[in-house]
Design a protein around this ligand. Sequence first.
Ligand code: PLP
Length: 358
Amino acid sequence: MRSIHVDTGVADALAAFEMPQRLGFGVLMAPVMYRCQYQDGRWWDAELMPYGPLQIDPAAKVLHYAQEIFEGLKAYRVDRDRAALFRPQMNWERMNLSARRLCMPDIPRDIFMQAVQTVTAYCEDFIPRNSGQSLYLRPFMFGTQPDLSVAAANSYSFLVIASPSEVYHSGSMRVLVERNDSRAAVGGTGAEKVGGNYAASLQSVQATLAKGFDQTLWLHPSDRRHIEELSGMNFFAVMEGELHTPALSGSILPGVTRDSLIQLARALDITVHERPMDIDDLLALIKSGTCTEAFACGTATIVSPISVLGDADGQVYELPDTPGPVARQLRQALLDIQEGRGSDRFDWMSPIPPECYP
Ligand SMILES: *Cc1c(COP(=O)(O)O)cnc(C)c1O
């Protein structure tokens, strides 16, 4: 394994950390973080350090031109003695697709794995152990070169922070169809995990909340007809017992949870259709009772049932079954693997190597 410098403050930071009663999602930060910096064409030594503020040059490119990417994955310790990560290889591969899209250097596999494994190992005692709880890991990278010229930076920081968390938004959601704004563009960065995509979504999200809904449902940016996804979750609907999800369009983020649910559904003999999904067709199928369930999925939320779809014209379309049987079955099957109850038939769980522990 690559060597890692453990800061002298780490032991004190771990000893001083206290777990509160209520966790929320992504609010409480674990007491340590990982950092590796890229400069002069290479990655330098990695550090594990107490969680805390970063020093950043005010001219750093990320602060002006948004050269930033991130990932999200979880370490589980429910019904397990030792922590295990869920499909970290997928996050590493996707992070490098995002990096290439923003002209950033690839993160070598050993650096990415060392980062998520070491933070998980040091925080193992802080991984909550009730069903639905986990350590949410947030790898991210940004351009640090202090220079206002518009070009890719020549220096970067890659960090991993972590948050002991509950499931994100565990209730059922009211979702509003967005007919005007776009989250992503054709030829843009919708398929990559880029902070700027979220910035572009905020205006719609704010309006959605003000109208009494929980999430925006985005349509394809050029045809404004085909369903894409929610701001940070992929979309599924159930019709006559079969599962339908929008085919990846180039502006949809290819979710690890989406991929996992598709594989699980097929293994459970549920027919899966990845296809373009017209929003007006879907709303009509909800109205006629053919579409009985809709749900969203992502690492943070796992599976989040949708109870209502609202349209821009004020019409609301209620889903009868929330959470419906397919959503419940898939959520349980996925959690059983993540939380160590079911057999890991796809080899998705990745244990932490012993050498990562303090
Ligand atoms: C992260 C993300 C998802 C969900 O991906 P997972 O890998 O399942 O967590 C979906 N949509 C967007 C826009 C995202 O950023």
